[in-house]
Design a protein around this ligand. Structure first.
Ligand SMILES: *Cc1c(COP(=O)(O)O)cnc(C)c1O
Ligand code: SF4
Length: 384
């Protein structure tokens, strides 16, 4: 069955992949031996969380081993609904820094726009799980209008903003034409220097990165593409071809990895992942400490283990394929490695570029900190 599907004419068409995405245990059984635990977890989490898997991503799963890193990222787990007192819906304060329905302004010179709330696969470890995967959650608040005009107007009125990150959900869920209209309007703003697209399509559905999309994006340089490979198993011929096509057309491709317990928290795996990405001209940018988001806690490693992993890589391979190990906090992204941490009785004390301080536990959860808005932040205290 699976071989026939992979040879079918629809396979390389991303619209076919989304129309035929797997959303039932029966459909998943066409690809893997679903274990009783996986089946139980799919049923138990379904009232709260979405799940969906592209046939492409299912095709790279290990059909027998439930510890397969692709399975663990895509198939719901019972731990997602187990209570965890430290987890939060939004530990990094995205909602606090939201200025319009979709725009987050957390750093003086750059903003993120949550272009969509949907994705080709709902990654179980998503840091915006409340926005993307939670059936009742959204960061958009009351305003669900489809126009980007208020977001664009916010940027037009603030010349200090020079860098715009389109993220989500996945921005490539938008039809190419609609995405182009947004990018075109951003390019018309004289003070916008960089545009970045944050998308996991090269990993979850690389067929989306087709000639039409790449030639559209190439018209709006300088434009950077930031993707999200977590394991070397995801670096397939199709994924490589998507990344090459972007790079060949002058669009640098960067990668953000999330450090995930049971998936990539081993030195040799990270070494292989970063080396292979470098070989394919995909530059490892950040290694994120996994945020303690509701439904994600079972993936969180300790900061000590993350630092030890990075120390085990330094000097052992090409310097520029080693990412910065980062903790995202409501004060911004703070380096865990390289970087100086002060050890305290409760965990670690970190300081931010704006002079803020935060104390976090060994898992990275906030124990104490300076306020979210601090003197010198470039925007008014209220939303608008
Ligand atoms: C990560 C992020 C950015 C970009 O940060 P860089 O460190 O420049 O990559 C911008 N805005 C928000 C809200 C972010 O979370
Ligand atoms: S593609 Fe990105 S935004 Fe979407 S579920 Fe996965 S991690 Fe979250």
């Amino acid at each position: 069955m699976t071989d026939d599907v992979q040879r079918s004419p629809g396979w390389s068409d991303w619209r076919w992949q989304i129309a035929n995405a797997i959303t039932t245990v029966e459909a998943l059984k066409d690809w893997i031996n679903v274990t009783p635990d996986e089946e139980k977890a799919i049923a138990a989490t379904s009232a709260r969380y979405r799940w969906r898997i592209t046939p492409y991503y299912a095709s790279i799963m290990d059909p027998v081993d439930p510890r397969c890193p692709v399975r663990l990222q895509a198939i719901p787990h019972l731990d997602e609904i187990r209570p965890n007192v430290y987890a939060e819906l939004d530990p990094v304060g995205d909602m606090h820094y939201r200025r319009t329905a979709r725009l987050i302004h957390k750093y003086p010179d750059r903003v993120a726009i949550l272009v969509s709330s949907t994705c080709p696969v709902y990654c179980r470890h998503c840091t915006r799980k409340y926005h993307t995967t939670d059936k009742t959650g959204t960061y958009y608040g009351e305003d669900r209008s489809s126009s980007f005009e208020p977001d664009l107007e916010y940027i037009r009125r603030r010349p200090q903003i020079r860098d715009v990150l389109l993220t989500g959900g996945d921005p490539l869920m938008l039809p190419t034409r609609r995405l182009e209209q947004l990018i075109e309007k951003l390019r018309d703003i004289p003070h916008i220097e960089l545009i970045r697209i944050g998308s996991r399509f090269p990993v979850l559905l690389p067929q989306r990165v087709d000639a039409e999309l790449v030639s559209m994006l190439a018209r709006y340089k300088p434009l950077y593409f930031i993707t999200h490979f977590n394991h070397s198993k995801e670096i397939t011929a199709e994924a490589v071809s998507a990344c090459h096509s972007l790079a060949d057309n002058g669009i640098p491709v960067l990668n953000q990895t999330v450090l995930l317990a049971g998936i990539n928290d081993q030195r040799d795996e990270l070494l292989m992942l970063f080396r292979q990405l470098g070989k394919h001209r995909v530059l490892p940018y950040y290694l994120y400490h996994c945020d303690d988001v509701n439904g994600v806690s079972h993936f969180v490693c300790t900061i000590a283990s993350g630092r030890q992993l990075m120390e085990g890589l330094w000097g052992h391979t090409t310097g520029f394929v080693l990412p910065r190990y980062i903790l995202t906090t409501h004060l911004g992204k703070l380096p865990l490695w390289p970087g100086q941490l002060t050890t305290t009785a409760d965990g670690y004390e970190l300081s931010s570029h704006t002079g803020g301080h935060i104390v976090v536990s060994e898992r990275g959860t906030r124990v104490a900190s300076s306020p979210m808005s601090w003197p010198g932040m470039p925007f008014e205290g209220t939303r608008g």
